[in-house]
Design a protein around this ligand. Structure first.
Ligand code: GLC
Length: 520
């Protein structure tokens, strides 16, 4: 290592985490690469003061999102192949005074008791795969039984038509139900919990109008329509004895699944494919729901959809690579925070940097960049695999660069790649604490568990970095014995979480409380 030690908090933090014995044996970087590395380090560093500034702005945005006032019908709904039926009236939008955070009410009213039981179908649509489960809940003290099947969603469907998507889902459900020989009791239907990990505005728990596709999806005929309604129609067309009891976001599922077993859960957070969080708010603080006359102390989970934070670019320190990623995405100007912090975009930032340096003949000189030129060729794990490569002289990294990008790295290129991975991951982790700290401050939460997806929560280096940054923003004492807020690995949100939310909803209906239920 030839990087000159600096004296900032940022460096102390990084140095304290360094366990770089496996990097011994590498010589110094060539001057040109060293200079590039320095520039990148500077551009990607988010110091404590900046973190605090972002977090403060975040807190204001959370409040604005809850107090958004007017809901309006938009003039002309985009055409949908299903607009003939029940979702035709569902195209609406919000007129915002200011701010970007949707802060979507979920109609998940309160925490699970831990006594939820029963059998539920669950469906998870949110990334590259479709997951269908049959979940059996006993109670908090027993491990739920999850029988699952994964279905690969053809890549081109993500830019296809609504009809194709919903038919694929309904056909997959039909296969699953037939394969497992699942049948409802006489006169009933199988209850389905649907995890839809995109920003859906929910007027009811079994309804949700897609506001905008995120994470690179771009299927026509869904935005502005009730996704539960569209799936319900596709299920009916197949003649399946199934009904959607609850629609939820992956963050809500993660929070409730975790709280089912761990009552100290305060937040559900996702950082892998996208970046978002869910927490429990009091209805009295959700003034955009004032018209519903809900009790002020009634708790309701809020899906923040905070990937959309700072779409106006007021506080986030964007680099040229962030700008390029945004401009090349299907929805430029949207999901500013997500595009700088979610795992899927971190890999893309890495690719853009290496490609930039290749173009300037600073790395991989004379080698073909055919693979390197393919957008999103690197999956989320790539970045973590590189950062967690403790093999002698980064032999695993060398192998991955060869197999995934068809690039043969020399020592300097290996070391350089390793450093930029660290720089990108560090920024992402530090930024992700801004949303969590803002929620904690807004709710005056001093301790508890943040249930996060395994992408971050199961990686010790990232987790330590996250705790360090959260402590910086929230001014935790340096000499603390324990971190008051810790990250836990979220339980299975789209399986167990969806089942628990379905159970809670059915129980509410059975108790005669139809608050936030459409298909009564
Ligand atoms: C995107 C989606 C959001 C989801 C997150 C994580 O931000 O808009 O709904 O929770 O990704 O999957």
């Amino acid at each position: 290592m030839t990087l000159t030690p600096k004296t900032t908090d940022e460096d102390k933090r990084r140095d304290s985490k360094r366990d770089d014995a496996h990097l011994d044996g590498f010589g110094p970087l060539p001057v040109a690469l060293e200079t590039e590395l320095r520039k990148l380090e500077q551009a990607f560093t988010v110091d404590t003061a900046k973190l605090k500034e972002i977090s403060l702005h975040f807190e204001n945005e959370l409040r604005k999102g809850l107090s958004r006032v007017s809901r309006c019908l938009l003039p002309s709904p985009p055409s949908s192949p299903h607009s003939d039926e029940s979702d035709s009236e569902d195209y609406f939008g919000f007129q915002t005074e200011e701010g970007n955070l949707p802060m979507n009410p979920t109609w998940v009213l309160g925490w699970p008791s831990g006594r939820e039981t029963g059998e539920y179908l669950t469906l998870d649509l949110g990334g590259t795969k479709l997951r269908i489960c049959w979940v059996t809940l006993s109670d908090r003290n027993n491990e739920p039984i999850v029988d699952q099947e994964i279905y690969q969603i053809p890549e081109h469907y993500k830019a296809g038509e609504a009809e194709q998507l919903w038919s694929f889902l309904a056909n997959s459900i039909a296969d699953f139900v037939q394969d497992r020989e699942l049948e409802p009791d006489e006169g009933t239907v199988l209850p389905l919990g649907f995890t839809f990990s995109y920003p859906a505005v929910q007027e009811y728990i079994d309804h949700g109008v897609l506001h905008t596709w995120t994470k690179g999806w771009d299927i026509k005929g869904v935005e502005g329509h009730d996704v539960a309604g569209q799936l319900r129609q596709a299920i009916r067309r197949k003649g399946l004895p199934i009904d959607i009891v609850a629609l939820m976001n992956d963050t809500t599922g993660a929070m409730i699944a975790s709280a089912y077993h761990d009552p100290e859960t305060i937040i559900g957070a996702i950082t892998g494919p996208g970046c978002n969080a869910c927490y429990m708010e009091n209805c009295g603080s959700i003034s955009k729901l004032d018209g519903h006359s809900l009790p002020a102390n009634l708790p309701m989970a809020i899906n923040c959809e905070y990937g959309a934070f700072d779409n106006e670019h007021l506080v986030l320190p964007r680099t040229e690579y962030d700008v390029a990623i945004d401009e090349e995405s299907p929805r430029p100007g949207e999901q500013a925070f997500e595009k700088m912090s979610a795992g899927m975009y971190c890999s893309e930032i890495f690719r853009q940097i290496v490609l930039d340096l290749w173009t300037r003949k600073l790395v991989f000189k004379g080698q073909s960049a055919t693979k390197l030129k393919v957008p999103y060729v690197l999956d989320i794990d790539f970045m973590f695999d590189l950062e967690e490569d403790f093999s002698h002289k980064l032999s695993k990294t060398r192998m991955l660069l060869r197999s995934v990008l068809q690039l043969d790295a020399n020592d300097a290129e290996l070391l350089f790649c390793r450093h930029i991975v660290e720089i990108i991951n560090t920024r992402s982790t530090r930024l992700s604490t801004c949303g969590v700290s803002a929620i904690c401050r807004k709710k005056d939460i001093k301790s508890g568990h943040v249930a996060a997806d395994a992408v971050m929560a199961s990686r010790p280096r990232l987790k330590a970095r996250w705790a360090q940054a959260l402590g910086e923003v929230l001014d935790w004492p340096q000499d603390r014995e324990h971190d008051p807020i810790i990250m836990t690995v979220a339980r299975d949100g789209s399986g167990v979480g969806a089942a628990v939310i379905s159970a809670m909803t059915l129980q509410r209906i059975a108790d005669g409380d139809l608050t936030g239920v459409k298909q009564k």
